[in-house]
Design a protein around this ligand. Structure first.
Ligand code: CP
Ligand code: NVA
Length: 306
């Protein structure tokens, strides 16, 4: 065994991904049945946040509590990391005292550097480049509602952002086809796209949202301006105006297509209220499943790392 990190979905094999989802579903059942499951008793998770969060903080902190462990919330504004202590030094020190580290930050390279100097598993809880924990929850949600996602079609509508990149990597892990429709100038990172395809991802770049949702079993989107892009909001609203997921677009997907959104959502921008609040939407299950699947992920990293 060796130290395992979860910085992108490509850090786990398809078999490991399937097993983490199955364990997430089992842990959810235990939680619902009131069965305690203190598999990480005595373990501590440091949670480093350089960006805002609701779901990620609540799910990791509650998840660690339910597994019998402890989570520390470390906001950059109140740690020496935020005052410029080198990432390498912080990684050595923090990882000497805890059993796992979760990081949400801007620059993906920061998480990679932290992992390089950490003596314990590091989890990427969102960077500007990727958001792999969210895809675990999303695919678990699909499995609960529709069964295996292998060979199904997912349509990504909107920005070629961190979520889009993780959907691309998830095609390698979970075997779905990904149709992507983004406005000109907002395509996913070309290098990441090539890399995912070289690893076996099945990805189609489409010219329009209408083309992307043809045959889709799942339609998903995200905000037009991500954290750190707030000043581009107006320019992006104009660029993305034809990329809203609304009921007209949903009628062009498969009739039983699900709708997902990582949240937070802007009703009236990337998604209409009738879709996100409608009967094809599974966004609340999707958000809740962050808790269950990340508990499975933390168990997996603790089990497989030395
Ligand atoms: N989806 C997600 O990561 O939500 P938060 O930003 O609230 O953590
Ligand atoms: N793309 C969004 C995801 C939020 C969970 C952002 O980075 O702000």
């Amino acid at each position: 065994m060796s130290l395992r990190h979860f910085l992108t979905l490509l850090d786990i094999s398809p078999e490991e991904g399937t097993s983490i989802l199955a364990r997430g579903i089992a842990l959810k059942a235990k939680q619902k049945n009131g069965e305690t499951h203190p598999t990480l008793a005595g373990k501590a998770l440091a949670m480093i946040f350089d960006k805002a969060s609701t779901r990620t903080r609540v799910s990791f902190e509650t998840g660690m509590f339910q597994l019998g462990g402890h989570a520390l919330f470390l906001h950059s504004g109140t740690t020496q990391l935020g005052r410029g202590e080198p990432v390498e030094d912080s990684a050595r020190v923090i990882s000497s005292m805890v059993d796992m580290v979760m990081i949400r930050t801007f620059d993906h390279a920061m998480v990679e550097k932290f992992a390089e100097y950490s003596s314990v598993p590091v989890i990427n809880a969102l960077t500007d480049l990727t958001h792999p924990c969210q895809i675990l929850a999303d695919v678990m949600t699909f499995v609960e509602h529709r069964g295996s996602i292998k060979s199904k079609t997912v349509a990504w509508i909107g920005d070629g952002n961190n979520m889009a990149h993780s959907w691309m990597n998830g095609s390698v892990t979970f075997g779905y086809t990904l149709n992507i429709a983004t406005p000109n100038g907002y395509a996913p990172d070309a290098m990441r796209l090539r890399h995912a395809i070289s690893k076996g991802a099945k990805i189609n770049l489409c010219n329009t949202p209408q083309e992307a949702v043809q045959g889709a079993d799942l339609v998903t989107t995200d905000v037009w301006a991500s954290m750190g892009q707030e000043e581009e909001q107006k320019i992006r609203e104009a660029a993305f105006k034809d990329y809203q997921v609304n009921s007209k677009l949903m009628t062009q997907a498969n009739s039983d297509a699900l709708f997902m959104h990582c949240l937070p959502a802007h009703r009236g921008e990337e998604v209409s209220a009738d879709v996100i609040d409608g009967n094809q939407s599974v966004v609340w299950d999707e958000a809740e499943n962050r808790l269950h699947v990340q508990k499975a992920l933390m168990e997996f990293l603790m089990d497989t790392s030395t």
